[in-house]
Design a protein around this ligand. Structure first.
Ligand code: KIV
Ligand code: ZN
Length: 388
């Protein structure tokens, strides 16, 4: 079968980069539950863990390989034989195993993390890919801190690891440093200057330290990357990773990008809540796509426009991401249309004059109260209106 050049592969690292966050540690059964939901969501690759890091993580990777059928299951390693042997062992039951091995690529990491040289690091990278390749066909190489790496050296590294057998080359912006055009240009440079680049898929793996993880991931895809790595709810080290739900919905909303994934977007909301509960990590109310306010309209101007035609203020249908429904929130900033909408929802008929009078009493109440409940609306209504 011919490879579809517009297909974007979704690599979920909620159970590895996400689970590294203090307080987010999961038990093996919890990880299995999330892995099954990730499979139902349609992710292509699940990064199940870092097997050498602890016996518990090792066992979770083993159990996840047994629990899922379709996605590739991936295990993380550093560039050394012990890590790779452990990953090979943990992946032995996987139907589609992948090893994700890599090393620092920026001068900062080479000098101040590895106390090494570019040449030595390049050799370690190549050796590790070759070592892993003896046991597993699908090898992803990550060039850690690629966002700050010298582009010529990065290109040399990418070419060498592909020649050694890497099937995917991951270009992480580990520190969330890049601007979207810088990151996009990096990917474009690799696409245009690495002579064997067509033998591998380029992956984008962005962190959110400057709030640019999603924008950078999209810039990478626009410039030729075809795998996006991220987590549900954007959880991850420090300010987090790219939110998978954001990237997928951007591709769906902006069809002119011509890129598509295999994701069942209607599963997003439920999975978001499951991850939030299990990882004890609340979702901020204004989080794009899955936050509790993502489809809540509260100002009078917006509510009026929304009630006339929802597309005035809705670029994504809540049901497309499994969100219960859009809401019109009643506050002191709401207008008459919103009040009428809610009174009618509760079964009250109302004419213009009654609405004007009830609206004044509503404003007095709303100024003194954060939430206007259905109970409040009933009391406002019964003084004047006739219930149908
Ligand atoms: O952010 C990063 O560089 C990583 C690698 C281990 C892929 O998470
Ligand atoms: Zn990361």
């Amino acid at each position: 079968m011919l490879h579809d050049p517009n297909r974007v592969y979704v690599f979920d690292t909620t159970l590895r980069d996400g689970e590294q966050v203090p307080g987010c540690q999961l038990t093996t059964p919890e990880k299995i539950e999330i892995a099954r939901e990730l499979e139902a969501l349609g992710v292509d690759i699940i990064e199940a863990g870092f097997p050498i890091s602890s016996p518990g993580d090792f066992q979770s990777v083993v159990e996840i390989t047994k629990a899922v059928k379709h996605p590739t299951v991936c295990a993380l390693t550093r560039c050394n034989k012990g890590d790779i042997d452990s990953a090979i062992e943990a992946l032995k039951y996987a139907k589609h195993p992948r090893i994700h091995t890599g090393i620092g690529s920026s001068d900062m990491h080479i000098k101040h993390k590895f106390n090494s040289t570019r040449q030595e690091i390049l050799e370690r990278a190549v050796e590790s890919v070759k070592y892993a390749k003896r046991a597993v066909e699908d090898i992803e190489f990550f060039a850690e801190d690629a966002g700050r790496a010298d582009i010529e050296y990065l290109a040399q590294m990418v070419e060498a690891v592909i020649a050694a057998g890497a099937t995917v080359v991951n270009i992480p912006d580990t520190n969330g440093y890049c601007l979207p055009d810088q990151y996009g240009s990096k990917i474009r440079f690799l696409k245009e200057n690495v002579k064997n680049i067509d033998k591998a898929i380029i992956a984008v793996h962005c962190h959110n330290d400057l709030g640019l993880a999603t924008a950078n991931s999209i810039a990478g895809l626009q410039n030729g990357a075809r795998q996006i790595e991220g987590t549900i709810n954007g959880i991850g080290e420090r300010a987090g990773n790219t939110s998978i739900e954001e990237v997928v919905m951007i591709l769906k909303t902006h069809q002119n990008l011509g890129l598509h994934t295999n994701i069942n977007t209607r599963n997003f909301y439920e999975l978001s809540r499951m991850v939030s509960t299990q990882m004890r990590m609340p979702v901020q109310p204004n989080k794009a796509i899955v936050g509790s306010n993502a489809f809540a309209h509260s100002s009078g101007i917006h509510q009026d426009g929304f009630l006339k035609m929802r597309e005035n203020y809705e670029i994504i249908k809540p049901e497309d991401v499994g969100f219960p429904s859009a809401t019109i929130v009643l506050t002191a900033r709401s207008g008459r249309h919103a009040l009428k909408f809610h009174l009618e929802r509760l079964g009250y008929k109302i004419d213009k004059e009654e609405l004007a009078e009830t609206y004044q009493r509503f404003l007095t109440l709303a100024d003194s109260k954060l939430d206007i409940s259905d109970e409040d609306l009933h009391s406002l209504a019964v003084t004047r209106l006739v219930k149908e």
